[in-house]
Structures are given as structure tokens and as C-alpha cells.
Design a binder for this molecule. Structure first.
Ligand SMILES: [Mg+2]
Length: 347
């Protein structure tokens, strides 16, 4: 069955955030970064791009190309804050989100019945509602084509590349857009008159293999629009835990195990509800002299089972050699994985 992959990418992200935060910058050539002699441009607004300013360009060159450019310092914390709002929207759509950077991600929406184009419009309108910023959306059946699609009519674009459109849609494109072809290879190819995907497809097989070595097969497939790389979800929750300060200090193991049981139940419930599994169980205690002790165990499989978490936690508690009364006990699980993906790998 064909997959449904969405690639989303905020438009001129840092510069657009600055323009939203300070509306007097709207319509002006805003350049974020590159203010110092050694600095480089991080992002610039579309107005600045018209002058030939680009990301990663040294600031002094940008200043030459765009003398009336407004250079601003990088406010990373602010972009991160906006990025979190955007990712909240993406994670509302699906758990299978692979962030590529602060403003770019792949989503695998194959298991969602809503059409990907409706999901794309939903993401665009939610992002605009929450942040007043635009995001470009590309939809296709694999990552390579979805990313190509999001770039198609930036800014504020939405584009679908469906199976019937390939490989025809790829043939006239520059080889520069093909993920995995390095700059050196591009120069080499340009030198022998190869500029487009079609030119590259016509190259003699031996030359192709000689140039791309063990990457040849994958790259050749990509030129035909075939790309089987999965979307690797990067769970935001890194760990899940509960702890409590006891009403009175104690060394009563039974009493402490009672808390571990409550925590295990609560954690197991949350894991199941969120379709997450865990591999590492950690207990933490604080003694009456305020020392903290932690002990972890990583098991060979993923679990969300109360019984398993509880019994490992109890063993860990017994293994910690404490000669003092305990005032705080905590239990957490980490090394988390998405259950859906975990199950898929066993199919
Ligand atoms: Mg972007």
C-alpha cells in the first residue's frame, strides 16, 4: 500500500518571527545573523532574498548585496518558543513526526483516514492562527518527493506530487535538488553537460556506478521517484515519572514498595494511553540527610506492563543499600519508543 508522507517547512522562519514580533519590519529586507565581521546569515526575509542574500552567506557580503538590509541578532529562545507551538500542532495530527530542524518535519499520515490535502490545509490554518506565520506543505508517497513538493511554491505553498506524476515531473529538474548528490559530483556532472535528472538518467550505467559507488542503486531509484526511507518519529517525551516526599521519614521497605506500586500503575496507564513503550526503569530516593540516590535497569525489550515495571522497581529498591531513613521516593521510565512503530518492526 502506498504511504502518505507530508513535509512541512516554515517560510523564512527566523526572519518571519522577527516581522511578526515587530510589525514595522514587515515588507522590509530583514537579515537574522551576520551582524559581526565573522558572522553568517541564518535566515533572511523574502525581501532580502531579492537582493541575492542567502542563508550561510557571510554578513559582510550580505551587507554589500543589500545595503539597506536590517541586520538583527539571533533570538534562538524565541524561535524555539514558536517552534514548540508549531510542533504541538503537528503532534496533534500524528505521533509519527520526524523533526529535521527547528522549523521543518516529516509526518507519516498513512494511517489517518482524513485526506493528506485536508491535513495539509489544517496544519497551515492552525499554524497561521497560533503564530501568524506561514508554513509550506508538500504531500507525496515518500520523503524525497514530499520535500520536493513543499519547496515547489514556497512561501505559503501546498503541493501534491502523486504517483502518476513521476518520473515525468522529475526529469526536467536540476540535479541539485536530488538529495544525496554532493557538490563535487554536481560540478563533475555539469562539466560533462549533465544538468537535469533526465540527463543523469541517460548516463551510461558504468559511469553512474563509478561516480556514486555503493550509493548508485538508491540514487538511481530516487531519480525515478522511489524512496523507501521511513519517517523516524522522534518522541518528545523523553521520560515519564512520579515521585513523592513522604509525610515522615521511613526505612520500611513494605511502605516504600506500596508507593512503587502506585507509581507503576500510574506510569503503566500513561504509557498505554499514549501508545508508548519503555526500556529503562529508574528509581530515585532521597535520604533524610538530603542525599539523592538513583538506580536504573535497562531491559532487552520494550514494555508498558505494570507487573514488569513494578517488579523491576522493587528489585532496584532492594539493591540500593541505604542505611538512612528515606524522605522521598520516585520512579521513572525512559528510553521510550512509539508502540505503533515497535509493532510494525515485528510484522
Ligand atoms: Mg524553513
Amino acid at each position: 500500500m502506498s504511504r502518505k508522507i507530508i513535509h512541512v517547512d516554515m517560510d523564512a522562519f527566523f526572519a518571519s518571527v522577527e516581522q511578526v514580533d515587530n510589525p514595522s519590519l514587515k515588507g522590509k529586507p530583514v537579515i537574522v545573523g551576520g551582524r559581526t565581521s565573522k558572522g553568517v546569515v541564518c535566515t533572511c526575509s523574502y525581501e532580502a532574498r531579492k537582493y541575492g542574500v542567502k542563508s550561510a552567506m557571510p554578513g559582510f557580503i550580505a551587507a554589500k548585496k543589500c545595503p539597506n538590509g536590517i541586520f538583527l541578532p539571533v533570538r534562538y529562545w524565541r524561535y524555539k518558543e514558536v517552534s514548540n507551538q508549531v510542533f504541538d500542532i503537528l503532534y496533534n495530527v500524528t505521533d509519527i513526526v520526524e523533526p529535521l530542524s527547528i522549523d521543518e518535519a516529516y509526518l507519516d499520515v498513512s494511517n489517518i483516514t482524513t485526506s493528506p490535502i485536508d491535513i495539509g490545509h489544517y496544519i497551515k490554518s492552525e499554524v497561521f492562527k497560533k503564530t501568524r506565520l506561514t508554513i509550506s506543505v508538500g504531500i507525496s508517497h515518500n520523503k524525497f518527493l514530499a520535500k520536493l513538493a513543499s519547496d515547489w511554491n514556497k512561501p505559503n505553498g501546498i503541493k501534491v506530487i502523486n504517483e502518476e506524476m513521476v518520473p515525468e515531473i522529475l526529469k526536467p529538474l536540476s540535479i541539485k535538488i536530488v538529495y544525496g548528490i554532493g557538490k563535487k559530483s554536481i560540478d563533475k556532472l555539469n562539466n560533462i553537460g549533465v544538468y537535469t535528472v533526465n540527463d543523469l538518467l541517460k548516463l551510461p550505467k558504468d559511469y553512474f556506478i563509478d561516480l556514486f559507488k555503493n550509493q548508485s542503486w538508491e540514487l538511481y531509484n530516487r531519480l525515478l521517484g522511489i524512496d523507501n526511507r521511513p519517517v523516524h518519529p522522534n518522541r518528545r517525551t523523553k521520560s515519564l515519572g512520579r515521585e513523592t516526599t513522604l509525610s515522615s521519614n521511613t526505612d520500611d521497605i513494605e511502605y516504600l514498595m506500596h508507593f512503587l506500586s502506585l507509581f507503576s500503575k500510574d506510569i503503566s496507564y500513561t504509557l498505554k494511553k499514549q501508545y508508548i513503550l519503555s526500556k529503562t526503569i529508574t528509581i530515585k530516593i532521597k535520604t533524610s540527610d538530603f542525599f539523592s540516590h538513583t538506580k536504573s535497569k535497562t531491559i532487552h525489550h520494550y514494555t508498558d506492563s505494570y507487573d514488569e515495571i513494578y517488579s523491576i522497581a522493587c528489585n532496584l529498591l532492594k539493591e540500593i543499600n541505604i542505611n538512612d531513613d528515606i524522605r522521598l521516593i520516585g520512579l521513572s521510565v525512559s528510553n521510550l519508543s512509539d508502540k505503533k512503530i515497535e509493532q510494525l518492526t515485528f510484522l
